[in-house]
Structure formats: structure tokens, C-alpha cells
Design a protein around this ligand. Structure first.
Ligand code: NAI
Length: 475
């Protein structure tokens, strides 16, 4: 088996944590049981690009239990938990000397070149074939296949402009080496039945491609299952934003001024958590609806420029770019903490920060750096501006990820087994499946659901078995 992880000897530790996680992931375990015999993913060759954590290990082993062949990478250079990666490679039946699990190409602290190399490896099945399904988080695997096919069609890979982001230059280099006369990427794209996308930012990319007419295979938008974005993005971040801050800095949050940029699902979870710790939380927004929500939830809403000099902690949650500029950072209080929990690292202008003449970057520990300005004041930047909950801590806990990943598995089954029902486009799972995911998590929390009487169901115009809400309902 080909694979590349940090240290296979961590597998036993990883396995013990996977076993604990399985207990906390009732949705995934119920799906394993439901489909144990039918094995609906037999024949599926799934390439996954999603943070290689303990929770993801349970997802991977669920896909395998349902019959799939799987190859995996992380979707972020800092998010891999090395013991999880090792345990997945070794597998429940294997040993360190005789691994029998799944090929994983991921370790904590990859360079950008290594990151894209890993992505390419996972898209490369032994024998020169590619996958027939992608499970993506943020859209990097989907992007690589699309760009490869696009440049093969054009007959050349464009040169990078000097001011292009470093990462784009790395991608173009990789494609220059791999775009081929035999149209390798075009072949891979043509064999893919579909992609299931985990996060807001990746989904945004998919809709853009569909609108531009460049999307090459159908996609299921897992993010916008209610049981994903209204749970993982909100309650997951409510947990892991604090975990990231604590593990990185252990600074007391109570009494501090925290600024949360963006009040979408992730922002709502982060603001709630910081307030829960006793911080005075200030929100920035561009959308009047979300700004009004923040105000009615009791937060001060203002612009970053107004408060940049008084806040102690900054968290960006927008999925947008250039939210905190180098200019902002230069005006911050000494040792203000600057962090991002959105998918990509461009929410904070790290490139601009590095270009300030005389600035000094000092590593406190991996993924925690002080940046000292020539005037002597410093800021603390978490995870080099990448998502801090996965860079500085271990991401969301198992129970909430069980909701997200149960949606992922159901979406993979949908696209793989009912391909003809999904012409190229971007879809969300039907509501009865969303409700099923929620239902699978109730018992574990001791929730007792009320059952509608037939007369009540008729009165509100639904079936006793659901779905209970129209598609336009917003929760
Ligand atoms: P969302 O679209 O619900 O929220 C983003 C909010 O930011 C919106 O309300 C938008 O109006 C606001 N915004 C945009 N530009 C802004 C600006 N210049 N200033 C202030 N506010 C601005 O998206 P969601 O679901 O909250 O996701 C946000 C990001 O977090 C995405 O990149 C997503 O992929 C990522 N994500 C990260 C997770 C993690 O564990 N780190 C988990 C889930 C999502």
C-alpha cells in the first residue's frame, strides 16, 4: 500500500481515540449497521480531501464498511492529527509492519508543495486510474481536477503572475508537471460520478463553476443540509474556537474585548462561545440581516476600524478575503490575538504583514507566532492565519461531526447509486434525509420526540413521518 504519514507507530493511540469517537458518532455507526449487508458503495473509489482527524477516521472507515475503496488527504496543511492518519493507514485489522487500512497522504505541518503533492497522490489510483467519487472540503481536490482538465483542453498551463498568491504558483507548477498529452486530468474528470462538498467556501466555488458552465460533474452541497451548517458551523465552532484560543495561548478570555468578523453560522457560534467565557464581544458584518441578528442577540455591531485599537482577541469567520489588513494589525494593542476560523488563510493579510519593513516573526511554539513591529508592539497570530480551531486544537468534537459526516455518507450513496438522477448541477439532500440525520442523534442525548397525531399532521399539512417543514423554512 502506498501512503505517507508522519509516524505509523502512533496508530495504537489513534485506534484508542477512534474507538472513543465511534461511541460519540451514533449517526455514522447507525449507517454502518443499516448498510452492512447492502454495501451500496461497493465499486466506489472515493478520493477524500478533508481534515485528517480522529472524527474523519470514523468517516473513512464507514465508507470502507459500505464497500468503498478510499484514498485520503487533509484539506489544510496544519489540520492532520498524526495519530489519526497512522491508525487509518494501519486499519483495525493491520499492524504497523503490515498495514491493511486506507492510503493516507497527510501529516501536520505540510509545506504548500507537499500539500498539493498529497492531493495529487490521492487522486492517483494504482494502475494509473483515478477515483470515481470525490469527497471534498473547501474544493481543493475538485479545483485540481477541473484546472488540469481545463489546461489540457487549452493545450498549455498559463504562467503565474508575479503578484499571484504563493499557493496558486504551487498549483500551476504541479499542473505544468502533470498536464499531459494523454489527457490524464481530463480522463480523471470524465470518470468522476460526483463530488460531495463539506463547507461553505467549497460550495460557493461549486455554484460559481456551475454558473460559469465549467462544472464537469454533479455535486451535492452537504454544507447546506440543516444538520450540517446549523450544527457543525455553529455549535462545532462554539466549542472549538475556545479550544483553539486556549491551547494556543491559554489567555483568560473573561473580561477581554473580542471582535468576531462575520455573523453567519460560524460567527454566531464563535460570538456565543466568547460571550460564554465572559468576553465583551463586538461583531462586524456587511449584511444588514446578520447585523440586525447580532444586535438583537445583544452584541455591539460596528466596523473593525472603530475597534481595532481596543480589542484583545480577533476572530475572522467570513469566508471572504482581506478582512484584517496589515494596516489593522499595526494598530492593534500589544499582544492582541489575531485568528481566523474561516476556511482559507486569506481572511487575514498575512502576506501584507510579512512585507512590513522591520517586522520580526518569532515562533512561540508551532502554529503560534508573535509578530513584532518596528515600534516594539507585537501581535500574536494563530496557525499562520489558517483555521485556528484545526491548526491550534483538534477541530470540532465527534458528536457534531457525526451529523456532518452522516450527511456526507448519505450524499456519497445518493450520487454513486443514483447517478442518472443527478445531471451536472449542485444539489442539497432532500429534507427527509436531513431529518433522518437529526433523528439518528436524538437517542444519545436522551431526547424524547413528540409524535404528531394524524389529525394534527393534516391540520399543518405534513405527513406524520415528515418532512415537517417546507424547503424554504430557515430554522
Ligand atoms: P456564512 O456565509 O453563513 O457567514 C459568513 C458571514 O460573513 C456572512 O454573514 C457575511 O455577510 C459575513 N461577511 C462577509 N464579508 C464580510 C466582511 N467584509 N466583514 C464582515 N462580515 C462579512 O458562512 P459560514 O457557514 O459561517 O462559514 C464561514 C467560513 O467558515 C467559511 O469559509 C466556511 O467554509 C468556514 N467554516 C469553517 C469551519 C471550521 O471548523 N473552521 C466550520 C464550518 C465552516
Amino acid at each position: 500500500m502506498d501512503f505517507k504519514v508522519a509516524d505509523l507507530s502512533l496508530a495504537a493511540f489513534g485506534r484508542r481515540e477512534i474507538q472513543l469517537a465511534e461511541h460519540e458518532m451514533p449517526g455514522l455507526m447507525a449507517i454502518r449497521k443499516e448498510y452492512a449487508e447492502a454495501r451500496p458503495l461497493a465499486g466506489a473509489k472515493i478520493m477524500g480531501s478533508l481534515h485528517m482527524t480522529i472524527q474523519t477516521a470514523v468517516l473513512i472507515e464507514t465508507l470502507v464498511a459500505l464497500g468503498a475503496e478510499v484514498r485520503w488527504v487533509s484539506c489544510n496543511i496544519f489540520s492532520t492529527q498524526d495519530h489519526a492518519a497512522a491508525a487509518v493507514v494501519v486499519g483495525p485489522e493491520g499492524t504497523v509492519d503490515d498495514p491493511k487500512g486506507v492510503p493516507v497522504f497527510a501529516w501536520k505541518g505540510e509545506t504548500l508543495e507537499e500539500y498539493w503533492w498529497c492531493t495529487e497522490q490521492a487522486l492517483n489510483w494504482p494502475g494509473g486510474d483515478g477515483p470515481n467519487m470525490i469527497l471534498d472540503d473547501g474544493g481543493d481536490a475538485t479545483l485540481l481536477v477541473h484546472k488540469g482538465a481545463e489546461y489540457e483542453k487549452a493545450g498549455a498551463v498559463p504562467s503565474a503572475a508575479e503578484d499571484d498568491p504563493e499557493e496558486w504558483k504551487v498549483i500551476l507548477d504541479l499542473l505544468r508537471r502533470t498536464v499531459s498529452e494523454e489527457k490524464r486530468w481530463t480522463k480523471i474528470a470524465s470518470q468522476i460520478k460526483g463530488v460531495t462538498e463539506e463547507t461553505t467556501t467549497g460550495v460557493h466555488r461549486l455554484y460559481e463553476m456551475f454558473k460559469a458552465g465549467t462544472l464537469l460533474f454533479p455535486a451535492i452541497n452537504v454544507n447546506d443540509s440543516v444538520t450540517k451548517s446549523k450544527f457543525d458551523n455553529k455549535y462545532g465552532c462554539r466549542h472549538s474556537v475556545i479550544d483553539g484560543l486556549n491551547r494556543a495561548t491559554d489567555v483568560l478570555i473573561g473580561g477581554k474585548v473580542a471582535v468576531v468578523c462575520g455573523y453567519g453560522d460560524v460567527g454566531k457560534g464563535c460570538a456565543d462561545a466568547l460571550r460564554g467565557q465572559g468576553a465583551r464581544v463586538i461583531v462586524t458584518e456587511i449584511d444588514p440581516i446578520c447585523a440586525l441578528q447580532a444586535a438583537m442577540d445583544g452584541f455591539q455591531v460596528t466596523t473593525l476600524d472603530d475597534v481595532v485599537g481596543i480589542a484583545d482577541i480577533f476572530v475572522t469567520t467570513t469566508g471572504n478575503f482581506n478582512i484584517i489588513t496589515a494596516d489593522h494589525m499595526a494598530k492593534m494593542k500589544h499582544n492582541a490575538i489575531v485568528s481566523n476560523i474561516g476556511h482559507f488563510d486569506n481572511e487575514i493579510d498575512m502576506a501584507g504583514l510579512a512585507k512590513i519593513p522591520g517586522i520580526v516573526k518569532t515562533e512561540v511554539k508551532p502554529q503560534v507566532h508573535t509578530w513584532t513591529f518596528p515600534e516594539g508592539n507585537a501581535i500574536i497570530v494563530l496557525a499562520e492565519g489558517r483555521l485556528m480551531n484545526l491548526g491550534c486544537a483538534t477541530g470540532h468534537p465527534s458528536f457534531v461531526m457525526s451529523n456532518s459526516f452522516t450527511n456526507q455518507v448519505i450524499a456519497q450513496i445518493e450520487l454513486f447509486t443514483k447517478t442518472e438522477q443527478y445531471p451536472i448541477g449542485v444539489y442539497v439532500l432532500p429534507k427527509h434525509l436531513d431529518e433522518k440525520v437529526a433523528r439518528l442523534h436524538l437517542d444519545a442525548l436522551g431526547v424524547k420526540l413528540t409524535t404528531l397525531t394524524k389529525a394534527q399532521a393534516d391540520y399543518i399539512g405534513v405527513d406524520v413521518e415528515g418532512p415537517y417543514k417546507p424547503d424554504h423554512y430557515r430554522y
